[in-house]
Design a protein around this ligand. Sequence first.
Ligand SMILES: C[S@@+](CC[C@H](N)C(=O)[O-])C[C@H]1O[C@@H](n2cnc3c(N)ncnc32)[C@H](O)[C@@H]1O
Length: 362
Amino acid sequence: MSLSNPEPSSPKTLKHKATSTVGRGKVVNLNTNLNFSAWNDESVALYLGNSLDHYNNWEQPTVIVSDGAYGVLGFEGDTSDHIDLPNWYEPHIEAWSKAAIPCTTLWFWNSEIGWAVVHPVLEKHGWRYVNCNIWNKGKGHIAGNINTEKIRRFPVVTEVCVQYVREVKVNKLTLKVWLLKEWKRSGLPLQRANDACGVANAATRKYFDQGHLWYFPPPEMFERLVNYANKHGNPEERPYFSLDGNQSLTGQEWSKMRSKFRCPHGFTNVWDRQALRGDERIKTLSGKAVHFNQKPLDLMSIIVEASSDKNDVIWEPFGGLFSASLAARNLRRKAYSCEIDPDYFYYGVQRFNQEVHQCSLL
Ligand SMILES: C[S@@+](CC[C@H](N)C(=O)[O-])C[C@H]1O[C@@H](n2cnc3c(N)ncnc32)[C@H](O)[C@@H]1O
């Protein structure tokens, strides 16, 4: 008998269909027709249905929190492996890209391999990778039950939550290219940008760098560059740093051309946080967890708070028990979400009813 390496895949064999899209079964099965398909208050709107049918009616998002298919049969409609995830996500990603504004941040939750296969689709639709954050659930997550001889790998206790922003372009140029091009168009030498900003060399070193050292100029520095170029640059080419050719951008307009972000003190991209258990876990009357994939509220709160301000709009396309929407509501943001499964929708809505009830008792 001779051993050989696997044959290289031909393009035909590469594209195989995932074997099943039937979920592993649910703990809850209410078997009842709900007499409501929406829930809302002044800040949150939750819908029963396919989010693809709802995106058009939602206000444009500052933040999108995606926690959909993982390729693990996690819910009915999830695929059985990662192969079909790009197809599963593409119509959603297309819709998010249409609705996004320059400052929209996308948080994409998944397994490592799930994210890896969807990443090219995100890039194709104008999402720029920023950071991969790793949720480390710790050894407690495996509880010594895993037979590593059988699974033949290290036990997995992580998920990823990957931060993407829009790749904003002006006349097909990325902002860093456009910025330098506008300055050059003025005919002014590069060093004069340092005079404009009142710094020794920071402007040329940071704002005009064309590599990874590029910094987005803060609004006041951007205004200094604009004013200087308009005053001292070639008069025939004015105005500079303008989108419409008539008026230069203001510092405030410029600041809206990138996503919002503030990091809580001491936070890194590794989130040590045990898997959800205890009171936060939504359970049936008999004490069973309703949804295998319910995310911790604190992690959802951190990403929402880091990338938005009060009154900003948050989308949660794959609601489950609506953890991101609840985080958004607690943080005084507005949220739109959809859940396709009536049982999860029912329990998710109960979560909000309880929250409202508790607030009214305070
Ligand atoms: C990973 S779970 C989300 C869990 C949620 N983050 C939480 O904390 O409860 C994904 C959910 O998306 C729902 N879903 C899948 N496809 C959907 C679609 N096209 N529109 C709306 N919901 C969908 C599934 O039924 C499932 O409950």
